[in-house]
Design a protein around this ligand. Structure first.
Ligand code: NAD
Length: 436
């Protein structure tokens, strides 16, 4: 199959490389000329484990190409995926569909022969209808079917998630589209990955419902963590105790600083707006958003509290800036409101992240960027673990204590055990586990 992937970001690049690895001929298109130039020279513009080798192997095999020119690859494609961004629209939280619609119009003009246009971007219910309308309006002669195929990969584990998905959701009522998409994913269905065919609108809603449910699960355990702190219980054990119940499941039950990232915040916001527009408000999801926003802001106060309430003149070391480990993505990372709050309260902030510092410098210019965890902790009154990179899971506690001004650790990911930190001479505060 010949595939054109429109948008070569986290989703487009990973999906394009994986489709090429399945044996298809893929052209990844992006309007960002710097990104395409870098890819043409073998440089990967994002950090995603294993992606460089996968891209290199498929480029070498002649199955994966990069270009800024949309028309030629669309004309020769059997399937065109739209994987452009759908960020929150400034001001009202709706999904900004301008990139999707612009791509649809460009695609329309270039279509030749029967082509399936598939929306992989996360889009509100009804977007497929509008994409189809725009294409038919711009090119009434086009032989086209428009389908939805939402993507569920997680950054940091994107290739594994793409190649071993829990399910593949395909939204279409067109038999030719169904056949073409089935052919594209055949290597996965041969591996027993469940492929679920459904109506286009249903597929669009599945994606938002999945993200909202996961965001709700995280927020639920975060509130239980607050209660655990008040009543002297350990949220880690509560999470294990409820997670062993198969009806609940153990995933997404890690208490922390609140969810961030490129998807959950914007997708829950968009779902709330979609629901209000259709007069079917989702009060639970609305509450999740409110609780999560408050929580992210409260983390700076938690650090201040650990240092006696006053941060003026204090130095805080922050370990981990990206919204989760194994990515360089800073979008809506909890580190941003945390650090902004610490600066507002008069603290000086030093920070270290294994791969996210370049991206972080654009968001957080007024802090000191360090070479490693110990350099970061040097002279600090408190150390805050914000992102649980594997590098921070086995720190040399004696060395840490020796370089810090005060031995205070606020562990927002519960990486360490309170007893071991107390034994090492630290004042330690985790999430939902009280203070040692
Ligand atoms: P991204 O911002 O990393 O990449 C989007 C790319 O599209 C950019 O490189 C941009 O230059 C390009 N683009 C925009 N308009 C274009 C056009 N007309 N022609 C060519 N290129 C164009 O975004 P992302 O994180 O890959 O997300 C893409 C979509 O996938 C979003 O809807 C997102 O919600 C969804 N999604 C993301 C993830 C994730 O983990 N990042 C997971 C599942 C779904």
């Amino acid at each position: 199959m010949h595939i054109a992937m429109i948008g070569t970001g986290y989703v487009g690049l990973v999906s394009g490389a994986c489709f090429a690895d399945f044996g298809h001929h893929v052209t990844c298109v992006d309007k960002d000329g710097d990104k395409i130039a870098a890819l043409q020279q073998g440089e990967i513009p994002i950090f995603e484990p294993g992606l460089d080798a996968l891209v290199a192997a498929n480029v070498k095999a002649g199955r994966l190409r990069f270009t800024t020119d949309l028309a030629a690859p669309v004309a020769e494609a059997d399937a065109v995926f739209i994987a452009v961004g759908t960020p929150s629209r400034r001001g009202d939280g709706h999904a900004d569909l301008s990139y999707v619609y612009a791509a649809a119009k460009e695609i329309a003009a270039a279509l030749a022969g029967f082509t399936v246009v598939i929306t992989k971007s996360t889009v509100p219910v009804g977007t497929g209808d509008e994409v189809e309308r725009l294409i038919r309006e711009a090119n009434p002669a086009a032989d086209v079917a428009v389908a939805s195929n939402p993507e569920f990969l997680r950054e940091g584990a994107a290739i594994r998630d793409f190649k071993f998905p829990d399910r593949i959701v395909v939204g279409t009522s067109d038999e030719r589209a169904r056949k073409a998409i089935g052919e594209i994913y055949r290597p996965l269905s041969l591996n027993q990955a469940p492929v679920m065919y459904t109506a286009r609108r249903t597929a669009e809603l599945i994606k938002y419902a999945a993200n909202a449910f996961l965001a709700t699960k995280i927020t639920f355990i975060n509130e239980i963590a607050d209660l655990a702190e008040k009543v002297g219980a350990d949220v880690q054990d509560v999470a294990r105790g409820i997670g062993m119940d198969n009806r609940i499941g153990s995933k997404f039950l890690h208490a922390g600083p609140g969810f961030g990232g490129s998807c959950f915040p914007k997708d829950t916001r968009a779902l709330v707006k979609i629901a209000l527009d259709h007069d079917a408000p989702l009060r639970i999801v609305e509450a999740v958003l409110g609780v999560n926003d408050n929580r992210k802001r409260a983390m700076a106060r938690k650090v201040a509290h650990a240092l006696g309430g006053n941060l003026r003149g204090k130095t805080v070391a922050v370990l981990g800036l990206t919204f989760k480990p194994d990515t360089d993505d800073m979008r809506e990372a909890p580190s941003i409101p945390l650090i902004t709050g610490l600066l507002d309260m008069g603290a000086k902030v030093r920070a270290f992240d294994p791969v996210g510092m370049e991206a972080a410098k654009r968001e957080l210019p007024d802090i000191v960027y360090c070479d490693d965890a110990y350099d970061c902790a040097d002279g600090a009154d408190a150390l805050v673990i914000v992102t649980e990179w594997v590098q921070f899971r086995a720190l040399d506690l004696d060395r840490l204590k020796a370089v810090m001004k005060q031995a205070v650790v606020v562990d927002l990911r519960n990486v360490y055990r309170p007893e071991e930190m107390a034994a090492a001479g630290f004042v330690y505060e985790g999430v939902g586990r009280g203070k040692v």
